[in-house]
Design a protein around this ligand. Structure first.
Ligand code: FRU
Length: 492
């Protein structure tokens, strides 16, 4: 084993056995120790689901990127595996950046990732040259391919930047391997390139699948491309986005393009675009097709903008979202928590037709590890309420608020008082569709809140650092609403 990989594994062996379960979420993936960002290599391998991630084991901040590794059979209970890749070859010495994975017909697990190699210009500026590399393994140990890199600057279309050429996502279709990779074209924004391979090892450029043309941010990172409910979907995470009304948020944002795939030109024709998630903490999605045929997506539940913001003393920084089942309804991307979470529900508490006007607590409705659905109806359709609010992660000082404002049909989540010792973006507003009733599903797991609106029409993900003792939940309404509540604790 090479030195850096061995060092990372020894470090893990020292610290992993001592992880306190009181620091960690129960069912969301973290690195255990150290820093994580993007999910990588989310794939089925020998009947289990493997997830790798951008990882720096030695500190709770970003550093030379390794690939950490976990696996699961149900997306809820994860087993830690040793660090899979470390940056130590000439072509990846400055980082093993994001990528994908696939099971080969001969039973080996193929990882495709971006190798980064920094070069200093005469004026001192450092450029990270990015190439695509492979590693092959058995689900625990991976060996980098002797033919690395398999794609580099000479494989790019004219004008493509070798400094922004990263994040391959690989799949097999029609007898071939395919990979989508983000690149910066001559217009300075982003594009998603398609590459093809007969055997997974020799690759060539195929087409420009989709281009940003400076419309949706700049460089497009972490692409994923798949068929879903008769459409084709491209997910990507643009840098330097500016908001468009309430649809996207500035900075590192997310973009879902739903369209039709022109197989002759190998080009995606756009029907609709939308943000993927409307919370403060969501970036860099990756998906797989589950053994029973569901498209399951996971993402990094954090944002680059607030990535330095963490709780002092926590051994890890960064978590993944709960994996989500994707579908398309009325031309929009629908996301719902994986159904496997239902097997971990306990202590059901339910209420029907409770009238809410003043702030109300309901007996048994509290907690920080939960799956709770609240269905809201106005008490009188002629007199719509002005605001309906749910307060969670609450004690005398701290609270996180979810608010529905029917006047412009928006949801606001405000986590200004959620335990962060940092001045960061704490409030998000997003538009929702009108229905006879509003359905809000909340998944909470110690340090997070994921909100799913109207059976997955919108999702919004938030990191909360509120102490776990702040577990009170209450409801209030400016006007009057009738609610149903179904709440379960999640025990893993
Ligand atoms: C996205 C990203 C990727 C890159 C990785 C580096 O969050 O910037 O484009 O591969 O993180 O850690």
């Amino acid at each position: 084993m090479k030195d850096k990989l061995q060092r990372a594994r020894l470090f893990e062996q020292k610290y992993h056995p001592n992880l306190s379960k009181f620091d960690q979420p129960r069912f969301h993936v973290t690195g255990g120790i150290g820093w994580i960002n993007d999910p990588n290599g989310f794939s089925v391998y020998q009947g289990e689901y493997h997830l790798f991630y951008q990882y720096y084991p030695y500190d709770t901040k970003w550093g030379p990127m390794h690939w950490g590794h976990v696996k699961t059979s149900d997306f809820i209970r994860w087993n830690r595996l040793p660090c899979a890749l470390a940056p130590e070859e000439s072509y990846d010495k400055d980082g093993c950046f994001s990528g994908g994975a696939i099971e080969l017909p001969d039973g080996r697990h193929l990882l495709m990732y971006t190798g980064v190699r920094n070069k200093r210009r005469s004026n001192g500026v450092v450029d990270g040259y990015q190439t695509q590399c492979l590693a092959v393994g058995d689900g625990t140990n991976y060996k980098k391919y002797e033919g690395n890199p398999v794609l580099d600057a000479k494989d790019l279309p004219e004008g493509g930047s070798p400094i922004d050429f990263r994040d391959p996502k690989i799949w097999f279709e029609d007898g071939k391997y395919w990979a989508v990779i983000g690149n910066r074209p001559a217009d300075g924004s982003g594009s998603i390139l398609l590459f093809e391979s007969e055997n997974g090892f020799q690759w060539k450029f195929s087409s420009v699948l989709s281009s940003c043309h400076n419309q949706y941010g700049k460089m497009w990172e972490c692409p994923d491309f798949f068929e879903l409910d008769g459409k084709h979907v491209l997910l990507t995470s643009p840098q330097n986005m500016t908001s468009m009304g309430l649809e996207f948020h500035p900075g590192n944002s997310t973009l879902c393009i739903i369209g039709r795939y022109d197989r002759d030109r190998r080009h995606l024709l756009r029907d609709n675009t939308q943000a993927i998630d409307y919370g403060t903490d969501f970036y860099a999605t990756q998906s797989l097709l589950s053994l029973d045929g569901r498209r399951i997506m996971i993402a990094w539940m954090q944002s680059w903008e607030s990535s330095g913001c963490k709780l002092k003393g926590l051994p890890f920084c960064g978590q993944m979202t709960l994996p989500r089942e994707l579908s398309i309804r009325d031309g929009r991307l629908i996301q719902n928590p994986v159904r496997e979470i239902e097997a971990y529900r306990s202590t059901k508490v339910s209420y029907r037709n409770v009238m809410i006007s003043d702030e109300t607590n309901l007996q048994g409705v509290f907690g920080r590890f939960l799956d709770m659905t609240v269905t809201v109806r106005p008490s009188n359709r002629e007199h719509m309420y002005r605001y309906f609010k749910i307060f969670v992660a609450k004690d005398g000082e701290r609270v996180t608020m979810i608010r529905h404002k029917p006047e412009n049909n928006t949801i606001r989540v405000d986590r200004s008082r959620s335990g962060f010792p940092h001045d960061i973006v704490n409030v998000r507003d997003f538009p929702i569709a009108s229905h006879n009733e509003l359905k809000l599903r909340l998944i909470m797991d110690r340090y997070s809140l994921e909100l799913f609106v109207n059976d997955g029409e919108q999702s919004a993900s938030f990191v909360l650092y509120t102490p776990v003792s702040a577990d009170s939940i209450s409801f209030s309404c400016d006007g009057a609403a009738i609610i149903d509540v179904e709440k379960y604790d999640i025990e893993v």
